[in-house]
Design a protein around this ligand. Structure first.
Ligand code: F6P
Length: 464
Protein backbone atom coordinates (compact mmCIF):
# COMPACT_ATOMS: atom_id res chain seq x y z
CA UNK A 1 0.00 0.00 0.00
CA UNK A 2 1.27 3.50 -0.80
CA UNK A 3 2.39 5.11 2.45
CA UNK A 4 0.76 8.32 3.66
CA UNK A 5 3.18 11.17 4.23
CA UNK A 6 3.24 13.79 6.93
CA UNK A 7 5.54 16.39 5.40
CA UNK A 8 6.80 19.12 7.71
CA UNK A 9 8.64 22.29 6.73
CA UNK A 10 8.78 25.83 8.04
CA UNK A 11 7.22 27.30 4.89
CA UNK A 12 4.14 25.71 3.44
CA UNK A 13 3.75 27.01 -0.06
CA UNK A 14 1.48 25.00 -2.32
CA UNK A 15 1.92 26.55 -5.76
CA UNK A 16 -1.35 27.72 -7.28
CA UNK A 17 -2.18 27.14 -10.94
CA UNK A 18 -0.81 30.51 -12.08
CA UNK A 19 1.83 30.56 -9.41
CA UNK A 20 2.66 34.23 -9.17
CA UNK A 21 4.14 33.56 -5.75
CA UNK A 22 7.64 32.70 -4.70
CA UNK A 23 7.28 28.95 -5.25
CA UNK A 24 10.88 27.80 -5.08
CA UNK A 25 12.45 24.39 -5.41
CA UNK A 26 11.44 23.16 -1.97
CA UNK A 27 7.79 24.05 -2.59
CA UNK A 28 7.67 22.37 -6.00
CA UNK A 29 9.38 19.22 -4.71
CA UNK A 30 7.13 18.84 -1.67
CA UNK A 31 4.01 19.43 -3.75
CA UNK A 32 5.14 16.65 -6.06
CA UNK A 33 5.73 14.31 -3.09
CA UNK A 34 2.28 14.98 -1.65
CA UNK A 35 0.48 14.49 -4.94
CA UNK A 36 2.10 11.09 -5.35
CA UNK A 37 1.78 9.79 -1.82
CA UNK A 38 -1.16 11.70 -0.29
CA UNK A 39 -1.04 13.06 3.20
CA UNK A 40 -0.60 16.42 4.86
CA UNK A 41 1.91 19.25 4.54
CA UNK A 42 2.30 20.88 7.94
CA UNK A 43 4.15 24.04 8.93
CA UNK A 44 4.03 27.75 9.69
CA UNK A 45 1.25 29.85 8.14
CA UNK A 46 3.60 32.81 7.58
CA UNK A 47 1.47 34.81 10.06
CA UNK A 48 2.15 35.82 13.64
CA UNK A 49 -0.19 36.39 16.55
CA UNK A 50 0.30 37.72 20.06
CA UNK A 51 -0.19 34.28 21.66
CA UNK A 52 0.42 30.78 20.31
CA UNK A 53 -3.03 29.17 20.03
CA UNK A 54 -2.10 25.96 18.18
CA UNK A 55 -5.16 26.49 16.00
CA UNK A 56 -4.63 24.70 12.70
CA UNK A 57 -5.86 26.04 9.39
CA UNK A 58 -6.62 23.21 6.94
CA UNK A 59 -6.63 23.97 3.20
CA UNK A 60 -6.81 21.92 0.05
CA UNK A 61 -5.08 23.49 -2.95
CA UNK A 62 -4.38 21.65 -6.20
CA UNK A 63 -4.82 18.22 -4.66
CA UNK A 64 -2.55 18.93 -1.67
CA UNK A 65 -3.82 19.22 1.92
CA UNK A 66 -1.94 21.75 4.01
CA UNK A 67 -2.21 22.32 7.75
CA UNK A 68 -0.68 25.54 9.01
CA UNK A 69 -0.37 27.32 12.32
CA UNK A 70 0.46 30.93 13.27
CA UNK A 71 3.58 31.63 15.35
CA UNK A 72 3.64 33.81 18.42
CA UNK A 73 5.51 37.08 17.77
CA UNK A 74 8.52 36.27 19.97
CA UNK A 75 8.61 32.73 18.52
CA UNK A 76 8.98 34.32 15.12
CA UNK A 77 11.81 36.57 16.39
CA UNK A 78 13.76 33.85 18.19
CA UNK A 79 13.09 30.76 16.10
CA UNK A 80 12.75 32.10 12.52
CA UNK A 81 14.45 35.52 12.38
CA UNK A 82 16.86 34.41 15.15
CA UNK A 83 18.09 30.81 15.30
CA UNK A 84 17.11 29.83 11.74
CA UNK A 85 18.19 32.97 9.88
CA UNK A 86 20.86 34.56 12.10
CA UNK A 87 22.51 31.39 13.43
CA UNK A 88 21.99 28.25 11.36
CA UNK A 89 21.66 29.82 7.91
CA UNK A 90 25.00 31.70 7.97
CA UNK A 91 26.76 28.84 9.82
CA UNK A 92 25.56 26.20 7.35
CA UNK A 93 26.69 28.44 4.48
CA UNK A 94 30.19 28.74 6.01
CA UNK A 95 29.65 32.39 7.07
CA UNK A 96 30.71 32.18 10.72
CA UNK A 97 31.56 35.89 10.44
CA UNK A 98 27.83 36.63 10.15
CA UNK A 99 26.54 34.28 12.84
CA UNK A 100 24.76 35.50 15.99
CA UNK A 101 24.96 33.04 18.86
CA UNK A 102 22.26 34.03 21.31
CA UNK A 103 20.86 31.72 24.02
CA UNK A 104 17.38 33.17 23.59
CA UNK A 105 17.41 32.07 19.93
CA UNK A 106 18.35 28.55 20.97
CA UNK A 107 15.62 28.43 23.62
CA UNK A 108 13.05 29.82 21.17
CA UNK A 109 14.06 27.26 18.53
CA UNK A 110 13.46 24.38 20.93
CA UNK A 111 10.20 25.88 22.23
CA UNK A 112 8.78 26.32 18.72
CA UNK A 113 9.79 22.81 17.64
CA UNK A 114 8.05 21.42 20.73
CA UNK A 115 4.93 23.45 19.93
CA UNK A 116 4.93 22.36 16.29
CA UNK A 117 5.34 18.70 17.26
CA UNK A 118 2.42 18.91 19.71
CA UNK A 119 0.28 20.65 17.09
CA UNK A 120 0.91 18.09 14.35
CA UNK A 121 0.65 15.07 16.66
CA UNK A 122 -3.17 14.61 16.46
CA UNK A 123 -2.96 14.43 12.64
CA UNK A 124 -0.56 11.47 12.65
CA UNK A 125 -1.73 7.89 12.09
CA UNK A 126 0.39 4.91 13.15
CA UNK A 127 1.52 3.87 9.63
CA UNK A 128 2.30 7.38 8.35
CA UNK A 129 5.80 8.21 7.26
CA UNK A 130 6.99 11.49 8.76
CA UNK A 131 9.28 13.49 6.51
CA UNK A 132 10.78 16.65 8.04
CA UNK A 133 12.53 19.26 5.91
CA UNK A 134 15.36 21.64 6.60
CA UNK A 135 17.28 23.28 9.40
CA UNK A 136 14.28 25.00 11.01
CA UNK A 137 12.89 21.72 12.28
CA UNK A 138 15.77 19.44 13.27
CA UNK A 139 14.38 18.66 16.80
CA UNK A 140 10.91 17.55 15.56
CA UNK A 141 11.60 13.78 15.63
CA UNK A 142 12.92 13.90 19.20
CA UNK A 143 9.85 15.92 20.25
CA UNK A 144 7.44 13.50 18.56
CA UNK A 145 9.19 10.55 20.19
CA UNK A 146 8.80 12.25 23.56
CA UNK A 147 5.07 12.30 22.80
CA UNK A 148 5.15 8.55 22.21
CA UNK A 149 5.16 8.49 18.40
CA UNK A 150 6.83 5.40 16.95
CA UNK A 151 6.41 6.18 13.24
CA UNK A 152 9.30 5.96 10.78
CA UNK A 153 10.82 9.46 10.52
CA UNK A 154 13.08 10.91 7.88
CA UNK A 155 14.90 14.24 7.69
CA UNK A 156 16.12 16.00 4.57
CA UNK A 157 18.53 18.94 4.73
CA UNK A 158 18.10 21.35 1.81
CA UNK A 159 21.17 23.42 2.68
CA UNK A 160 24.84 22.40 3.07
CA UNK A 161 26.19 20.71 6.18
CA UNK A 162 29.22 22.75 7.26
CA UNK A 163 32.74 21.37 7.84
CA UNK A 164 33.18 20.19 11.44
CA UNK A 165 35.71 22.95 12.19
CA UNK A 166 32.87 25.42 11.60
CA UNK A 167 30.03 23.35 13.05
CA UNK A 168 31.74 23.20 16.46
CA UNK A 169 31.51 27.00 16.73
CA UNK A 170 27.79 26.44 17.49
CA UNK A 171 27.60 26.44 21.30
CA UNK A 172 25.12 23.51 21.45
CA UNK A 173 26.49 21.61 18.47
CA UNK A 174 26.27 18.19 20.14
CA UNK A 175 22.67 18.72 21.13
CA UNK A 176 21.71 19.63 17.57
CA UNK A 177 23.58 16.64 16.11
CA UNK A 178 22.04 14.32 18.70
CA UNK A 179 18.57 15.53 17.69
CA UNK A 180 19.24 14.20 14.20
CA UNK A 181 19.77 10.72 15.61
CA UNK A 182 16.09 10.59 16.60
CA UNK A 183 15.32 10.09 12.88
CA UNK A 184 15.64 6.79 11.02
CA UNK A 185 16.91 8.29 7.77
CA UNK A 186 18.90 11.50 7.19
CA UNK A 187 19.20 12.83 3.64
CA UNK A 188 21.72 15.36 2.31
CA UNK A 189 21.81 17.05 -1.07
CA UNK A 190 25.32 15.91 -1.98
CA UNK A 191 28.09 13.52 -0.99
CA UNK A 192 30.12 16.52 0.13
CA UNK A 193 27.61 17.50 2.83
CA UNK A 194 27.10 13.86 3.83
CA UNK A 195 30.86 13.44 4.29
CA UNK A 196 31.07 16.63 6.37
CA UNK A 197 28.34 15.29 8.66
CA UNK A 198 30.06 11.91 9.01
CA UNK A 199 33.38 13.63 9.69
CA UNK A 200 31.80 15.57 12.55
CA UNK A 201 29.95 12.68 14.21
CA UNK A 202 32.92 10.33 13.93
CA UNK A 203 35.49 12.81 15.28
CA UNK A 204 33.47 14.79 17.78
CA UNK A 205 30.77 12.39 18.94
CA UNK A 206 32.44 8.97 18.64
CA UNK A 207 30.10 7.63 15.94
CA UNK A 208 30.72 4.18 14.47
CA UNK A 209 30.02 3.60 10.78
CA UNK A 210 28.23 0.41 9.74
CA UNK A 211 27.16 -1.16 6.45
CA UNK A 212 24.86 0.44 3.90
CA UNK A 213 25.26 3.99 5.19
CA UNK A 214 24.36 3.27 8.79
CA UNK A 215 25.81 5.36 11.61
CA UNK A 216 25.62 4.48 15.30
CA UNK A 217 25.91 7.34 17.77
CA UNK A 218 24.13 8.70 20.87
CA UNK A 219 22.74 5.18 21.46
CA UNK A 220 20.90 4.96 18.11
CA UNK A 221 21.58 3.68 14.62
CA UNK A 222 20.39 5.78 11.66
CA UNK A 223 20.94 5.64 7.91
CA UNK A 224 22.41 8.65 6.12
CA UNK A 225 22.74 9.13 2.36
CA UNK A 226 22.86 11.73 -0.43
CA UNK A 227 19.59 12.39 -2.29
CA UNK A 228 20.17 15.28 -4.70
CA UNK A 229 16.90 17.10 -5.23
CA UNK A 230 15.64 17.45 -8.80
CA UNK A 231 13.05 19.37 -10.78
CA UNK A 232 10.20 18.34 -13.05
CA UNK A 233 12.28 19.16 -16.12
CA UNK A 234 9.57 18.39 -18.67
CA UNK A 235 7.11 20.63 -16.87
CA UNK A 236 9.62 23.49 -16.78
CA UNK A 237 10.36 23.09 -20.50
CA UNK A 238 6.61 23.20 -21.14
CA UNK A 239 6.45 26.44 -19.14
CA UNK A 240 9.13 28.00 -21.36
CA UNK A 241 7.06 26.97 -24.39
CA UNK A 242 3.69 28.02 -22.93
CA UNK A 243 1.94 31.17 -24.06
CA UNK A 244 3.00 33.05 -20.93
CA UNK A 245 6.57 31.77 -21.35
CA UNK A 246 6.72 32.82 -24.98
CA UNK A 247 5.28 36.26 -24.20
CA UNK A 248 7.94 36.79 -21.52
CA UNK A 249 10.64 35.52 -23.89
CA UNK A 250 9.60 37.82 -26.73
CA UNK A 251 9.26 40.83 -24.45
CA UNK A 252 12.78 40.39 -23.08
CA UNK A 253 14.33 39.70 -26.49
CA UNK A 254 12.72 42.72 -28.12
CA UNK A 255 13.63 45.01 -25.24
CA UNK A 256 17.28 43.86 -25.52
CA UNK A 257 17.31 44.70 -29.25
CA UNK A 258 19.47 41.79 -30.48
CA UNK A 259 21.96 42.12 -27.66
CA UNK A 260 23.05 38.92 -25.93
CA UNK A 261 21.43 38.44 -22.56
CA UNK A 262 23.11 37.24 -19.38
CA UNK A 263 20.62 36.32 -16.65
CA UNK A 264 20.69 35.59 -12.92
CA UNK A 265 17.63 34.88 -10.73
CA UNK A 266 18.10 34.45 -7.00
CA UNK A 267 16.48 35.22 -3.70
CA UNK A 268 18.33 38.32 -2.44
CA UNK A 269 20.73 36.47 -0.14
CA UNK A 270 24.45 36.90 0.62
CA UNK A 271 25.04 33.18 -0.04
CA UNK A 272 24.04 33.57 -3.68
CA UNK A 273 27.20 35.45 -4.70
CA UNK A 274 25.32 38.25 -6.48
CA UNK A 275 27.90 40.80 -5.38
CA UNK A 276 30.74 38.72 -6.89
CA UNK A 277 28.70 38.38 -10.08
CA UNK A 278 28.26 42.16 -10.40
CA UNK A 279 31.97 42.68 -9.81
CA UNK A 280 32.80 40.15 -12.53
CA UNK A 281 30.39 41.77 -15.00
CA UNK A 282 32.02 45.12 -14.32
CA UNK A 283 35.46 43.55 -14.91
CA UNK A 284 34.19 42.01 -18.15
CA UNK A 285 32.98 45.36 -19.48
CA UNK A 286 36.20 47.01 -18.40
CA UNK A 287 38.37 44.44 -20.21
CA UNK A 288 36.26 44.02 -23.37
CA UNK A 289 35.23 47.23 -25.01
CA UNK A 290 34.05 45.16 -27.98
CA UNK A 291 31.24 43.84 -25.75
CA UNK A 292 29.88 47.32 -25.02
CA UNK A 293 26.36 47.62 -26.46
CA UNK A 294 26.48 43.91 -27.32
CA UNK A 295 25.34 42.54 -23.96
CA UNK A 296 22.74 43.17 -21.28
CA UNK A 297 22.89 41.58 -17.85
CA UNK A 298 19.54 40.97 -16.10
CA UNK A 299 19.58 40.19 -12.40
CA UNK A 300 16.25 39.26 -10.83
CA UNK A 301 16.51 39.36 -7.04
CA UNK A 302 13.31 39.40 -4.98
CA UNK A 303 14.02 40.69 -1.45
CA UNK A 304 14.09 38.13 1.33
CA UNK A 305 14.25 38.04 5.17
CA UNK A 306 14.21 41.82 5.25
CA UNK A 307 14.07 42.14 9.02
CA UNK A 308 17.54 40.58 9.37
CA UNK A 309 20.20 43.30 9.15
CA UNK A 310 22.70 41.31 7.01
CA UNK A 311 19.98 41.18 4.35
CA UNK A 312 19.46 44.94 4.57
CA UNK A 313 23.21 45.44 4.11
CA UNK A 314 23.51 43.17 1.06
CA UNK A 315 20.61 45.02 -0.53
CA UNK A 316 22.33 48.38 -0.06
CA UNK A 317 25.60 47.00 -1.45
CA UNK A 318 23.92 45.61 -4.56
CA UNK A 319 21.95 48.81 -5.17
CA UNK A 320 25.16 50.77 -5.18
CA UNK A 321 27.12 48.27 -7.32
CA UNK A 322 24.36 48.13 -9.97
CA UNK A 323 24.20 51.93 -9.96
CA UNK A 324 27.96 52.18 -10.35
CA UNK A 325 28.08 49.77 -13.32
CA UNK A 326 25.32 51.63 -15.12
CA UNK A 327 26.86 55.00 -14.26
CA UNK A 328 30.24 53.92 -15.64
CA UNK A 329 29.21 52.20 -18.85
CA UNK A 330 25.68 53.27 -19.91
CA UNK A 331 24.97 55.38 -22.93
CA UNK A 332 21.75 57.11 -23.82
CA UNK A 333 20.68 54.05 -25.82
CA UNK A 334 22.27 51.25 -23.79
CA UNK A 335 21.96 50.25 -20.12
CA UNK A 336 24.29 47.30 -19.43
CA UNK A 337 22.67 46.17 -16.19
CA UNK A 338 19.01 45.59 -15.28
CA UNK A 339 18.68 44.89 -11.60
CA UNK A 340 15.12 43.99 -10.62
CA UNK A 341 13.94 43.53 -7.02
CA UNK A 342 10.77 41.59 -7.70
CA UNK A 343 9.61 38.05 -8.31
CA UNK A 344 8.07 36.63 -11.50
CA UNK A 345 5.80 33.69 -12.25
CA UNK A 346 7.58 30.43 -13.08
CA UNK A 347 6.32 30.67 -16.68
CA UNK A 348 7.84 34.13 -17.09
CA UNK A 349 11.14 33.00 -15.56
CA UNK A 350 11.23 30.00 -17.90
CA UNK A 351 10.71 32.35 -20.86
CA UNK A 352 13.44 34.73 -19.60
CA UNK A 353 15.88 31.81 -19.19
CA UNK A 354 15.21 30.60 -22.72
CA UNK A 355 15.84 34.10 -24.05
CA UNK A 356 19.24 34.35 -22.35
CA UNK A 357 22.51 33.23 -23.90
CA UNK A 358 24.13 32.91 -20.49
CA UNK A 359 22.68 31.69 -17.18
CA UNK A 360 24.63 32.81 -14.12
CA UNK A 361 24.31 30.59 -11.05
CA UNK A 362 27.27 31.54 -8.93
CA UNK A 363 26.52 31.06 -5.21
CA UNK A 364 29.42 31.16 -2.78
CA UNK A 365 27.81 28.14 -1.11
CA UNK A 366 24.49 26.47 -1.87
CA UNK A 367 22.86 23.17 -0.85
CA UNK A 368 21.74 22.41 -4.42
CA UNK A 369 20.40 25.39 -6.42
CA UNK A 370 17.52 24.44 -8.65
CA UNK A 371 17.77 27.58 -10.79
CA UNK A 372 20.76 25.86 -12.45
CA UNK A 373 18.57 22.91 -13.43
CA UNK A 374 15.70 25.16 -14.49
CA UNK A 375 17.98 27.19 -16.75
CA UNK A 376 19.07 23.98 -18.51
CA UNK A 377 15.46 22.75 -18.82
CA UNK A 378 14.28 26.06 -20.34
CA UNK A 379 16.75 26.05 -23.24
CA UNK A 380 15.93 25.49 -26.89
CA UNK A 381 17.94 22.31 -27.70
CA UNK A 382 18.71 23.69 -31.20
CA UNK A 383 20.17 26.95 -29.88
CA UNK A 384 20.85 26.54 -26.17
CA UNK A 385 22.43 29.03 -23.81
CA UNK A 386 25.42 28.35 -21.57
CA UNK A 387 25.16 27.70 -17.84
CA UNK A 388 27.91 29.23 -15.69
CA UNK A 389 27.78 27.34 -12.42
CA UNK A 390 29.66 27.80 -9.17
CA UNK A 391 31.60 24.74 -8.13
CA UNK A 392 30.35 25.50 -4.60
CA UNK A 393 26.69 24.84 -5.48
CA UNK A 394 25.50 21.29 -4.75
CA UNK A 395 24.25 21.13 -8.37
CA UNK A 396 27.87 21.05 -9.61
CA UNK A 397 28.14 17.38 -8.49
CA UNK A 398 25.61 16.52 -11.20
CA UNK A 399 26.13 19.29 -13.77
CA UNK A 400 29.80 18.90 -14.65
CA UNK A 401 29.03 19.99 -18.23
CA UNK A 402 28.30 23.54 -17.15
CA UNK A 403 31.15 26.06 -17.21
CA UNK A 404 32.22 25.46 -13.63
CA UNK A 405 33.69 28.51 -11.89
CA UNK A 406 35.15 29.71 -8.63
CA UNK A 407 32.98 32.76 -7.84
CA UNK A 408 35.55 34.07 -5.35
CA UNK A 409 37.75 34.95 -8.33
CA UNK A 410 36.44 37.98 -10.21
CA UNK A 411 38.85 37.30 -13.08
CA UNK A 412 37.81 33.65 -13.49
CA UNK A 413 34.17 34.60 -13.46
CA UNK A 414 34.67 37.40 -16.00
CA UNK A 415 36.62 34.98 -18.25
CA UNK A 416 33.82 32.42 -18.02
CA UNK A 417 31.28 35.08 -19.07
CA UNK A 418 33.41 35.98 -22.06
CA UNK A 419 33.82 32.30 -23.01
CA UNK A 420 30.08 31.65 -22.65
CA UNK A 421 29.18 34.65 -24.81
CA UNK A 422 31.41 33.42 -27.64
CA UNK A 423 30.92 29.64 -27.32
CA UNK A 424 30.27 27.92 -30.67
CA UNK A 425 26.84 26.36 -31.25
CA UNK A 426 28.16 22.76 -31.38
CA UNK A 427 29.74 23.05 -27.93
CA UNK A 428 26.64 24.73 -26.49
CA UNK A 429 24.48 21.88 -27.83
CA UNK A 430 26.80 19.18 -26.54
CA UNK A 431 26.93 20.66 -23.04
CA UNK A 432 23.20 21.31 -22.87
CA UNK A 433 22.19 17.84 -24.03
CA UNK A 434 24.55 16.15 -21.53
CA UNK A 435 23.06 18.20 -18.67
CA UNK A 436 19.54 17.71 -19.99
CA UNK A 437 20.00 13.92 -19.75
CA UNK A 438 20.98 14.28 -16.09
CA UNK A 439 18.07 16.53 -15.10
CA UNK A 440 15.60 14.28 -16.94
CA UNK A 441 16.89 11.15 -15.23
CA UNK A 442 17.57 12.53 -11.76
CA UNK A 443 14.34 14.50 -11.58
CA UNK A 444 12.01 15.37 -8.71
CA UNK A 445 10.19 12.02 -8.88
CA UNK A 446 13.53 10.17 -8.66
CA UNK A 447 14.51 12.22 -5.59
CA UNK A 448 11.16 11.77 -3.83
CA UNK A 449 10.81 8.04 -4.61
CA UNK A 450 14.35 7.18 -3.53
CA UNK A 451 13.85 8.87 -0.16
CA UNK A 452 10.36 7.47 0.46
CA UNK A 453 11.39 3.95 -0.64
CA UNK A 454 14.37 3.99 1.70
CA UNK A 455 12.30 5.29 4.60
CA UNK A 456 9.56 2.69 3.95
CA UNK A 457 12.19 -0.07 3.91
CA UNK A 458 13.52 1.11 7.28
CA UNK A 459 9.99 1.17 8.69
CA UNK A 460 9.26 -2.34 7.40
CA UNK A 461 12.58 -3.70 8.71
CA UNK A 462 11.86 -2.32 12.19
CA UNK A 463 8.30 -3.63 12.28
CA UNK A 464 9.08 -7.05 10.69
O1 F6P B 1 16.11 26.22 0.80
C1 F6P B 1 16.35 26.85 1.96
C2 F6P B 1 15.20 27.72 2.44
O2 F6P B 1 15.43 28.17 3.73
C3 F6P B 1 13.87 27.00 2.43
O3 F6P B 1 13.65 26.24 3.58
C4 F6P B 1 12.95 28.17 2.27
O4 F6P B 1 11.69 27.81 1.78
C5 F6P B 1 13.70 29.08 1.32
O5 F6P B 1 15.06 28.86 1.62
C6 F6P B 1 13.29 30.54 1.44
O6 F6P B 1 13.61 31.06 2.70
P1 F6P B 1 12.54 31.72 3.67
O7 F6P B 1 11.49 30.66 3.96
O8 F6P B 1 13.32 32.10 4.89
O9 F6P B 1 11.96 32.87 2.94
Amino acid sequence: MTPRLIVMSNRVNVPTARDEGAAGGLAMALTSALREYKGIWFGWSGQTSERFTGQVQLDRINGVTSATVDLQTDDYEEYYAGYANRTLWPLFHYRVDLVDYDRDFDTGYRRVNRRLARTVDPFIEPDDLIWVHDYHMIPIAAELKALGRRNAMGFFLHVPWPPRQLFVTLPNHRQLAEALFAYDLIGFQTHEWLEAFIDYVVHDAGAVLGENGTITCFGRTVRAAAYPIGIDAQEFTAMAESEAGRTAHDMLVSSARDRKLIIGADRLDYSKGIEARFAAYEALLEAHEDLHRQVVCVQIAPPSREDVNTYQRIRETLDSLAGRINGRFSDVDWTPMRYVNRGYSRQALAGFFRASRVGLVTPLRDGMNLVAKEYVAAQDPEDPGVLILSRFAGASEQLGDALLVNPFSTDDLADAMQRALTMPLAERKRRNSAMRAVIDRENVAWWRDRFVTDLTALRDATHA
